[in-house]
Design a protein around this ligand. Structure first.
Ligand SMILES: [Zn+2]
Length: 236
């Protein structure tokens, strides 16, 4: 069984024609910016998590291999992730480029991706590094509270409710999701930093990495990402 990618009907005025890689810690808005960028250039937004889930849903051979590993909550091995990526970028909707979110994770994956892109005749990728202070991310995530009734999202530091612990709309109780607790988020951020340092060094050495300040609003970061990308492409 094969997957049927969505081919955009309308092409943008400016083609991307390459891979854009978004690097950034959890909570930096990587997924949001990747989606916006992909929409702007009418190219696919490729998240390895989504690709794996698509393979599982479509019952492909790769999906069958990934399923038990993911169900055990383990990390899918490089060999499988790389095959899924290689398979995906050959699809027709990837011919004008694509935006990666959450890939590559390691220097080995980055090296392999570089070779793969060369083989397919793409230019060198542009890596956008969303830089944001970890203490700010910690505040963003650990301050998040959700209404148990209507699902509204608050932040006790940045967007507190009028009455502590109660939703402004319906008075519902505000609760923290278990994954948003400091003892979960703190170690995740540390692990991310440790894992990403060599990747940042690798792409810096190749001259492909561009820092973007991601501590601002979603709209401001979006503008910076576009400007940076335009400059990185040399205006075309
Ligand atoms: Zn509510």
């Amino acid at each position: 069984m094969s997957l049927s990618p969505v081919v955009p009907e309308k092409r943008p005025a400016e083609e991307l024609n390459r891979a854009v890689i978004l690097l950034g810690p959890p909570g930096a808005g990587k997924g949001t910016q990747a989606k916006k960028l992909a929409a702007k250039y009418a190219v696919p937004h490729l998240s390895t998590g989504d690709m794996l889930r698509e393979h599982i849903a479509a019952g492909t051979e790769l999906g069958a291999k990934a399923k038990p590993i993911m169900e055990r909550g383990e990390l899918v091995p490089d060999s499988l992730v790389l095959r899924i990526v290689a398979d995906r970028i050959e699809k027709p909707d990837c011919s004008h480029g694509f935006v990666f979110d959450g890939f590559p994770r390691t220097v080995a994956q980055a090296h392999y991706l570089g070779e793969l892109l060369k083989q397919h005749g793409f230019r060198r990728p542009i890596v956008i590094h969303l830089v944001v202070d970890t203490s700010l991310i910690l505040r963003r995530i650990t301050g998040r509270r959700m209404c148990k009734v209507g699902g509204e999202i608050y932040n006790i530091y940045e967007r507190p409710p009028k009455v502590e612990g109660r939703c402004d709309n319906d008075g519902g109780e505000l609760a923290q999701r278990p994954d948003d607790r400091e003892e979960i988020v703190g170690p995740r951020l540390k692990a991310y930093e440790k894992q990403t340092e060599p990747l940042v060094a690798y792409y810096t050495r190749l001259g492909l990495l561009y820092d973007v300040d991601a501590a601002k609003s979603v709209e401001e970061v979006e503008q910076s990402v576009w400007k940076t990308l335009h400059l990185a492409r040399g205006g075309h």
